[in-house]
Design a protein around this ligand. Structure first.
Ligand code: HEM
Length: 546
C-alpha cells in the first residue's frame, strides 16, 4: 500500500508542478519577509517606488541598477535641506533611513545598546553563517586596544614587507616596459603587508595562507550579495551550503597557520611561567589576541582554532578595503593630466623625507603632506560604496530623532550617505574632479592663517598644530567618511595611511609608470562599486634600483 502511494506521488510530480510550487513558495516567503520588516513613518520622504507591496517588488527588481541614483536623488531633494529620507534595499534587507549630515553627531553618539554597529555589520555580512557564529567583538576590541599603541614599532617591519611585495608585484626588469594588471598587483602587495602586522613572518609571505584569506574575503562578499537576494525564511536552508566555501578557506588557512600559532602559544606560556623570561613575542595580532584572552581570563580562546577564526573578521576588514583604495589611488593619479606632475611631486616629497635616514619613521611619514593629500583626495572621490556607516536600532522602544521628530522602530536601519557628502559642491569645490593637492592647499591655508593670527606663533602654536594635523587623511568628520566617524571609526586607518604612503614611495622611487589616457570606470551594483579589475598599467624598473 505504502509503495502504491509513493509511486502515485512520484507520478504526480511533473516539472510544471514543481516549478509552480517553487514559485508559490518563493512568493509566500517574500510576503512573509515583507511583513517582518520594520515600518517607517509616512512623514519620512521616500525615493524609489515607495513602500506599497507593488512598489516594494519594483524596488527589489531595480535595486542592483538604480540604488545609487535613488540615493543621489534623495541627497539632492532632502539631505541638502537637513532632512532624512528612506531608500529601498535588497530584497532580504530592511529599507534604510538616510540620516542627513547635521544629524551625524546625534546618530553616532547614541550608545551601542540603542543603535548598534555590531548588529548592523552582523546583519549585512551574515556573520552568524559566514564567520561560523564566532563573535567578532573580541578581535575588534583587540585591534582597537593594541594596534595604535604598537604602530610606531611596526613601521620598519612593514617597510621591509612593502619593498619585498612591490618587487614581487612589479618585477625587476630595467630594460623592458611591462604591462601589469593593477588589481592583481595590489592583491599581491596588500595581503602580505597587512599580514605582517596580523601574523608576522614567515606566515605573511606564505602564498597558500594569503590566498586562503583573500578567497575567504571573496566568499563573504559574494555570499552577502546572494543572501541579500533570498527571503530571510530561506536563509537557514541556503546559507549552510554557500558557506562551505568559507569553511574550506578558513580550514586551509588554519592548517598552514597552526604550527606558528601553537609555537607562539607555547613560547608565551614559557615566558609567563618564568621558564624563558628573555623571550619577546613579535608584536602582531596573534600575540595581541593571546594577551587579550589572558587579560580577560578566556582560556577557551587560547588555541589555534579559535585564534585563526578570530583573525578572519580583521583580515576581511583590512584586505579588500585597502586593495580597492590603493587601486583607486593609482588610477586617479595615473589618469590625471600629466602636466600637473603629481607623480614627480610625490616622488620628490617621499625621497626628500628619506634623505637622511632610509628607514621610515612616524616623523618622516608625517612630513608627507602632499602624498597624504593625494591619498585623502582619492578616498574622497573614488569611494567603493555609497555608504560605509550603517547602524541598527536595537532599543526595544526604537529611537526618536530630536531634530525632525520621526520615530524608527527596533530593527530599523540607519546610514550616512558617504558619496553624497563627498560630492557635495557646498563642501568641496569642483567635487567631481580629482585634485590631488586639495587637502594640501587647505592645510597650507590653515597653517598660513595660524601664522598670520598668532604673534609669530604660526604652526608652533599648539592649537594650530592640532588644527593643521586634523586635515590629514586619518582624521574623520561628518564631511569625510571613508573610515566612518565616531567611536567605531576604522581602527586600522593609521596603519593604512603608513602602508599606502610606503607603497607609493617605493613604487615611484623604483619604477617609471606610463600615464593612462583615461580613468577606467567602475560599475555600481546596488550600494557597492565593482572596481575596474581588468585595468592594466605599464611599468619599467628604473636603472640602478636592482
Ligand atoms: C583603506 C582601508 C580601509 C578602509 C577604507 C576602512 C574603512 C572602515 C570602515 C568604513 C569601517 C566601519 C566603521 C563603522 O561602522 O562606523 C571600518 C571598521 C573597521 N576596520 Fe577598517 N578600513 C580599512 C582598513 C582597515 C585595516 C587595515 C584594518 C586592520 C588592520 C581595519 C580594521 C577595522 C576594524 C576592526 C573595524 C571595526 C571597528 C568597530 O566596529 O569598532 N580596517 N573600517
Amino acid at each position: 500500500m505504502a509503495a502504491g502511494i509513493s509511486s502515485r506521488l512520484l507520478e504526480s510530480l511533473t516539472s510544471d508542478r514543481i516549478v509552480a510550487a517553487v514559485l508559490v513558495l518563493t512568493i509566500c516567503s517574500f510576503v512573509i519577509d515583507f511583513t517582518w520588516k520594520p515600518r517607517y513613518p509616512q512623514s519620512l520622504p521616500r525615493v524609489g517606488f515607495g513602500d506599497s507591496f507593488v512598489g516594494t517588488v519594483k524596488n527589489w527588481f531595480y535595486f542592483a541598477t538604480r540604488y545609487n541614483s535613488w540615493v543621489t536623488e534623495g541627497y539632492d531633494k532632502y539631505s541638502r535641506h537637513g532632512r532624512a529620507f528612506v531608500v529601498p534595499s535588497a530584497p532580504s534587507r530592511p529599507q534604510e533611513i538616510v540620516v542627513p549630515r547635521p544629524q551625524t553627531a546625534w546618530m553616532l553618539e547614541l550608545p551601542d545598546r540603542v543603535l548598534s554597529t555590531k548588529e548592523a555589520h552582523r546583519d549585512a555580512l551574515y556573520n552568524d553563517y559566514q564567520f561560523f557564529g564566532v563573535d567578532d567583538q573580541f578581535p575588534i576590541h583587540t585591534i582597537h586596544k593594541h594596534l595604535a599603541r604598537n604602530i610606531v614599532g611596526l613601521i620598519p617591519g612593514v617597510q621591509e614587507e612593502v619593498h619585498g611585495a612591490v618587487d614581487a608585484a612589479f618585477g625587476k626588469d630595467t630594460e623592458n616596459w611591462r604591462s601589469v594588471n593593477l588589481w592583481e598587483a595590489w592583491l599581491g602587495i596588500v595581503p602580505r603587508v597587512t599580514n605582517r602586522i596580523l601574523v608576522g613572518t614567515p606566515l605573511c609571505r606564505n602564498r597558500e595562507f594569503l590566498d586562503s584569506q583573500v578567497a575567504f574575503a571573496d566568499d563573504v562578499v559574494r555570499n552577502s550579495f546572494i543572501f541579500n537576494m533570498f527571503p530571510r525564511i530561506f536563509q537557514p536552508l541556503v546559507a549552510p551550503i554557500f558557506v562551505l566555501a568559507n569553511w574550506w578557506h578558513w580550514r586551509k588557512s588554519h592548517l598552514v597557520a597552526k604550527p606558528a600559532i601553537d609555537r607562539r602559544l607555547r613560547d608565551m606560556a614559557r615566558k609567563d611561567s618564568g621558564a624563558d623570561p628573555s623571550y619577546e613575542p613579535p608584536e602582531d595580532m596573534i600575540t595581541w589576541l593571546i594577551r587579550q584572552a589572558q587579560a580577560d581570563g578566556l582560556a577557551s580562546e587560547l588555541n589555534s582554532t579559535m585564534i585563526s577564526k578570530r583573525l578572519l573578521p580583521v583580515e576581511f576588514a583590512a584586505i579588500h578595503t585597502t586593495v580597492i583604495t590603493g587601486h583607486n589611488l593609482l588610477l586617479d593619479l595615473l589618469s590625471s593630466d600629466p602636466s600637473l606632475n603629481y607623480l614627480a611631486t610625490i616622488r620628490d616629497e617621499t625621497a626628500s623625507a628619506l634623505a637622511n635616514d632610509p628607514t621610515w619613521t612616524k616623523q618622516s611619514l608625517a612630513r608627507l603632506h602632499r602624498t597624504d593629500s593625494a591619498i585623502k583626495e582619492s578616498m574622497r572621490l573614488s569611494h567603493f560604496a555609497r555608504a560605509l556607516t550603517h547602524r541598527k536600532v536595537v532599543a526595544p522602544r526604537g529611537i526618536t530623532n530630536p531634530a525632525e521628530g520621526w520615530h524608527a522602530p527596533r530593527g530599523a536601519s540607519l546610514m550616512l550617505d558617504l558619496a553624497g557628502t563627498h560630492r557635495d559642491p557646498a563642501l568641496y569645490a569642483d567635487p567631481d574632479r580629482y585634485d590631488a593637492w586639495r587637502f594640501w592647499r587647505a592645510r597650507n591655508a590653515c597653517a598660513g592663517e595660524g601664522a598670520a593670527a598668532g604673534e609669530g606663533g604660526g604652526v608652533e602654536d599648539a592649537a594650530e598644530v592640532l588644527r593643521v594635523k586634523r586635515l590629514g587623511m586619518v582624521t574623520t568628520s561628518a564631511e569625510y567618511l571613508p573610515f566612518s566617524h565616531g567611536r567605531h571609526a576604522c581602527p586600522g586607518r593609521f596603519f593604512v595611511a603608513h602602508e599606502l604612503k610606503m607603497v607609493l614611495a617605493c613604487l615611484l622611487r623604483d619604477y617609471e609608470i606610463r600615464p593612462l589616457p583615461a580613468r577606467p570606470r567602475p560599475m555600481w551594483f546596488g550600494g557597492n562599486v565593482v572596481p575596474p579589475v581588468a585595468a592594466r598599467i605599464e611599468v619599467r624598473r628604473r636603472m640602478g634600483t636592482v
